[in-house]
Ligand binder design. Sequence first.
Ligand code: AMP
Length: 444
Amino acid sequence: MTFATLGLIEPLLRALETLGYQTPTPVQAQAIPAVLAGRDLMAAAQTGTGKTAGFALPLLQLLTMEGPKVAANSARALILCPTRELAEQVHASVAEYAQHLPLTTYAVYGGVSINPQMMKLRKGVDILVATPGRLIDLFRQNALKLNQLQTLVLDEADRMLDLGFSEELANIYRMLPKKRQTLLFSATFSDDIRLLAGQMLNDPLSIEVSPRNVAANTVKQWVVPVDKKRKPELFVHLMRKGRWKQVLVFAKTRNGVDALVDKLQGLGINADGIHGDKPQATRQRALDRFKTSEVQILVATDVAARGLDIEDLPLVVNFDLPIVAEDYIHRIGRTGRAGNTGEAISLVCADEVNMLSAIEMLTRQTLTRKMEADFEPEHRVPDTDASGQVVKKPKKLKKPKTSGGGGKRNLGKWVDSGDVAPAEPSIKPVRKVPVFNTGPRKKK
Ligand code: AMP
């Protein structure tokens, strides 16, 4: 199969040739004809499978072939993304695919001044990539009208709900014209997402190119059990031993990111961090420098986990496990992309056993544990497996004689997630009920 046999027009084929795309990926093979046929879409695709081109290529073609010229302060297609970084990245891809087409594209997001965005929108843009909050601001300030909108794309829809955007989505839903095409993309599909899809989509075609909630099998994954307080030391040890050159590291909290970056920099290691407290320009600069290998270790909270496309990223390290199990799939999806192999290593302490169990259940696999000599934990990580079982009575280990270290509280038992540090405050891990959900909320 080729892109030409999928019915794409010549200017798009030319752009793909320049980019070196020869064969459509499975999600592209299914999505492109369906979108061209005008169908609504509900697509579950693994991260790194080429889903951006899966929606962007047919969307660009439809906008070129059909519909009126874009009016002032209007957009003909809207792509909603959960984070600024993803919005930038999706926009960059769309602009590349559109390079030979007479269409305009633009990205808007928060954390930067709204005025230049308002100016840019004056003439209207064919494709607008946006994060939900800024889109609503622009709409409320009359800088953007949506009555010309032909197509709405919800990219990483589950993440938008995870980040607490359900109210924003419900507001945007009310701003949209009834007659439109809607494409919903997500790496994972929860009940809340299906609910959202039920509201927003019209007779959607379901595309599922990989088993639900399974991470790319090109990623080799394992777990290193360790005591919480020794994680930084273990990280540095593994880094030196494995001669890691480019590593994306995930920590749970903003403070956690800062502490690890400080520690690494203190050891003369080339590290930088990104999280929600940092200004957008700083975040983007750190990411750009990481992409060009000027920075060796990039430590991030989950805000950086989604959709970031870093060419040939060989390794992801979960310094902390994510509170939301689905985030594990998104995190490790930063490696092993577009058929490359990658590795994902998780440093897991006893406190995190419930999260480990949730991840194994979600991904339907028992993660291999590899003990690192001299780092065997005093607080044993209880056994887990893909069935969601946690062996609740781990062997009681002898209390270490040395004082301090916080060993007493958690000695020989696992603690539930109520005992772990909260996620970074601006990110709301608890999903709010979408306001258009009238029924009772299902307990997870
Ligand atoms: P995505 O899942 O959209 O983030 O895409 C992951 C990576 O795969 C990006 O670097 C794309 O440029 C690349 N890609 C997407 N489709 C293809 C294709 N058909 N052939 C080769 N590379 C692709």
